[in-house]
Design a protein around this ligand. Structure first.
Ligand code: H2U
Ligand code: ZN
Length: 356
């Protein structure tokens, strides 16, 4: 628990999922800002944009024509960061005598998921049924790709807004599925596994790390934004980004494909509610990177894993001032001004009906 003194003075907090510390400097939030001002996202987009490469019926950069889709549309990324293995590609790893120049092959699949044919909408503006089809599509993609021998991990994510480097406002997400587990989920896996199974652990009878963590958060209450029957949305104790949240299942769910129908509905509800609150924060379409972390598809049970979602939004004090992770953050450790508790209070106070 954060003591009264800590709430107002610099202190550090530990992220048990990654094993990293961050610096919290609550007294600094009032400093003046003469730095970069971001552009406000254009609000009056047309429902169909003839120049958009994701709109139905339009031609993509490589000449492929999108079908006249009416629901979701998934396609292989035309500029994939990963390539599929061919029959004669063997797994390759290399190193030098001191094991300092290591490399290994990496193969996989990258797909783009258009959430809606409507160019002008965002996740927050889709109906619950439409968001449910996004969740169903994630699950169907994970079923298909997870069954492949050459795929171990599936990273589902959405990059939204120009400030986050999203190339197009058309509502879309991506998935990258590959041979090796990527760095972030690998750290989370190692820490979740150690928490559950380390014989030296001082914790008696641990449940999976994020299940024990959720119980503490439900007891303390001050970092919870909202909950429904199956999911809790909270600002993690160790949040780095100003309005970072995590969406955590109440039950033990290892992978996207393990959700029941009711849990998929619960996740859709949570996605709608958090993205609406976000948009209401500064009355703009709130930029963020979000994604699902889940157990690998390697045929192992992974009882240590609890699936969860992270939302990392960069905005800090207005629609135009973003938090930069530079200087001390790059070279020392991440730092934040607003405490997680203050951020949760702000988010709790926002409406779940989107501003018009
Ligand atoms: P982002 O907006 O999150 O960057 O995602 C857009 C993706 O769409 C990006 O990865 C792909 C880019 O490679 N893309 C296509 O596959 N076809 C196109 O015609 C343009 C962009
Ligand atoms: Zn479009």
């Amino acid at each position: 628990m954060i003591t009264k003194t800590q709430a107002n003075v610099p202190h550090r907090r530990y992220n048990p999922l990654t094993g990293e510390w961050l610096l919290v400097s609550p007294h600094r939030a009032t400093r003046p800002w003469l730095g970069a001002i971001e552009k406000i996202p254009q609000a009056d987009r047309p429902p169909y944009d003839p120049r958009c490469y994701l709109c139905p019926g339009n031609t993509r950069v490589n000449g492929v024509v999108n079908p006249a889709y009416t629901g979701l549309y998934v396609f292989d990324n035309d500029f994939p960061a990963l390539l599929s293995k061919t029959a004669d590609d063997a797994a390759e790893a290399d190193t030098d005598a001191k094991n300092l120049l290591r490399s290994s092959s990496e193969s996989g699949v990258c797909r783009v998921i258009c959430f809606s044919p409507r160019h002008d909408l965002t996740l927050a503006q889709l109906t619950l049924a439409e968001i449910r089809s996004v969740v169903d599509t994630w699950a169907a993609q994970c079923e298909e790709l997870g069954a492949r021998d050459d795929i171990t991990y599936i990273q589902v994510f959405e990059n939204r807004g120009e400030v986050m480097g999203s190339s197009n406002p058309h509502p879309h997400g991506q998935l990258w599925a590959n041979e090796h587990i990527p760095t972030e989920p690998a750290k989370e896996q190692a820490h979740q596994l150690a928490y559950l199974t380390d014989p030296q652990s001082p914790i008696s009878n641990p449940a999976p790390l994020l299940i024990d963590y959720l119980a503490i958060e439900q007891r303390e209450g001050e970092r919870i934004v909202f909950e429904n029957e199956h999911f809790v949305c909270l600002v993690p104790f160790w949040a780095v980004w100003p309005f970072e949240v995590m969406v955590l299942p109440k039950n033990h769910i290892r992978r996207i494909i393990d959700m029941t129908n009711a849990e998929r509905d619960g996740l859709s509800d949570a996605l709608k509610r958090i993205s609406t609150r976000y948009d209401n924060m500064f009355e703009v379409s709130f930029p963020y990177s979000m994604g699902v972390h889940q157990a690998p598809y390697d045929g192992q049970p992974h009882d240590e894993w609890q699936m969860h979602l992270h939302f990392y939004p960069p905005l800090l004090r207005s629609a135009t001032v973003k938090k930069f992770m530079v200087g001390y953050e790059m070279l020392g450790q991440p730092q934040r001004d607003l405490t997680a508790e203050q951020a949760a209070e702000r988010l709790r106070g926002l409406s779940e009906i989107r501003f018009a």
